[in-house]
Every structure is written in C-alpha cells, then in structure tokens.
Design a protein around this ligand. Structure first.
Ligand code: SAM
Length: 252
C-alpha cells in the first residue's frame, strides 16, 4: 500500500470511474484526481457538475460525448501535449465501457501520451460477480444493436460460447430482450441485475420464460445488466437430473 501520494503527472489522461448509483462508491483516488487535475472532460457537464459539487470540487468542465468525440479528442490531445492533467469521466461507471472514451484513449496511446486508469464502479463487474454465474470466462456484449434482425444475429453468434454472456439493456427493451433470449437460449439461466448499488437493487434469476411471466405481472423499472449462463453451465445443469429446481424466478 502506497503511503505518500505523488502529485498527478503532467500530460496524463486520467480515466476516472464514478458511481453507478451509490455516491459512496467513488474512490479516494478519484476524488483527489478530480481535485488536482486541470480540466474534467465530461459526457454530460451538467451531471458531472452535480457530482463535483457534491464532493465540493470546483473545476473547469469540457463537454465530451459521442457526437463531438473526434473534435474534442484533438483538443484533449493538444492539452495533454501542453502538459495539462485531464480527467475523463462519464455519466456513471468506468469511462470506455459502453461509454465515450475509447477514441480519445486510442488517440492518446497512439500519440505516445500517458493514460492512467483510476478504477472504480462498473455495472458489468458488479452484476457478474454477484450473479452466481461463472466469472472465469465471460463475453461482454454491451448494448445489442437496435434492429431486430441484427440483434437476433448477434445472439445466435454466441450460442456456442461456453462462458457467461453479459449485456447492457435499456429498461424500455427488457421485455423485448427476454423474448429474444427465449427464442435463442430457452433453457439457460438468465440473471437480471437491476438498480445495482441503489435502494431497490435486486437480482432476478430464472429462464427467459419465467422472467417474461414476471415482467407481465410487475413492470420492471430502472437500469439493468442482463447475464446469460454459458453453454457449458446449461449442459451441466441438464446433466444434473434429480437436482432440478422447483422452477420459478429466484430473487434477492
Ligand atoms: N460505463 C458504465 C459502466 O461502467 O458500467 C456503463 C454505461 S452504459 C451507457 C449504461 C448502462 O449500464 C445502463 O443502460 C445499464 O445497462 C448499465 N448500468 C449502469 N448503471 C447501472 C446500475 N446501477 N444497475 C444496473 N445496470 C446499470
């Protein structure tokens, strides 16, 4: 464990993870980097402004989001070359994971500039590790495409993957996704990790059909990570005759 805290390194891009719901999930290092950097590049300056205010940090903000990534990447690179310390944050979680950030990181690495990760909350990791599904091998898909044909194709392509599958999905498409999972993976265990780190956090476990039946009775709101047990788990479950569960959704 480091005892003395060195100052931030000039000309470094700091990727700072922020909470995904629970403000206690910010790290001490994240707070220090946000306090000591020259500028914070944010996906949504209003939202990040609120976060900074909560931690009593006042810092110039630079808007950095999907549609101005190219232009802003150049500007961030110029700042780094001048020796500035730039912190990049997104609305929640780890920058670059289904969030803007990848482009500027690639550009900075390509230009020989220093990039440092300031790790913290990430919905994928929080969901996977508490899901009860294997964590040794997993495939992160992020958001599926919007078009039905492309979604189906993407899921079909993962049918033979042995590890756990992890997806992000908007609450408006959860029912649609469960229907699609029912067609492609009818016998797999699905884990819906809902509202992670927040007051109404819960894990719902069942087959796609069982979860669809639940959604029909109870509107599920909030944010979701969806996990699908891998082919290997599905096969060993099927082989475990006599140990089959009574069926139905399991929540905690
Ligand atoms: N970069 C973020 C991370 O590190 O997890 C993910 C950003 S992505 C734009 C937002 C998606 O992440 C949401 O649609 C949802 O699928 C998932 N997510 C974020 N926060 C969550 C939470 N508290 N509970 C469940 N899922 C969450």
């Amino acid at each position: 464990m480091e005892k003395t805290l060195p100052p931030l390194t000039p000309g470094t891009l700091y990727l700072v993870a922020t909470p995904i719901g629970n403000l206690e999930d910010i790290t001490l290092r994240a707070i220090r980097v946000l306090r000591e950097c020259d500028v914070v590049a944010a996906e949504d300056t209003r939202r990040t402004g609120q976060l900074l205010k909560h931690f009593e940090i006042s810092k110039p903000l630079l808007s950095y989001f999907q549609f101005n990534e190219a232009k802003r990447s150049e500007e961030i690179l110029e700042r780094l070359k001048r020796g500035e310390k730039v912190a990049l944050v997104t609305d929640a979680g780890t920058p670059g994971i289904s969030d803007p950030g990848e482009r500027v990181v690639r550009a900075a690495v390509g230009a020989g500039l220093r990039v440092e990760s300031v790790p913290g909350a990430c919905a994928l990791v929080a969901a996977l590790t508490a899901s009860g599904l294997p964590t040794d091998e997993f495939h992160f898909i992020g958001f599926l495409p919007h078009k039905s044909g492309q979604r189906r194709k993407a899921l079909e392509a993962l049918k033979t993957f042995a590890g756990t599958l992890a997806l992000y999905e908007s609450p408006y498409r959860i029912e649609k996704l469960l229907g699609e999972l029912g067609e492609v993976f009818p016998d797999r265990t699905i884990v819906l990790a809902r509202e992670l780190t927040k007051k109404f956090e819960e894990f719902l476990r069942g087959t796609p059909a069982e979860l669809l039946a639940l959604v029909a009775k109870r509107a599920l709101k909030g944010e979701f990570v969806v996990l699908v047990s891998g082919k290997a788990v599905a096969e060993s479950d099927a082989a475990d005759e006599g140990e089959s569960s009574a069926g139905g959704v399991v929540c905690n």
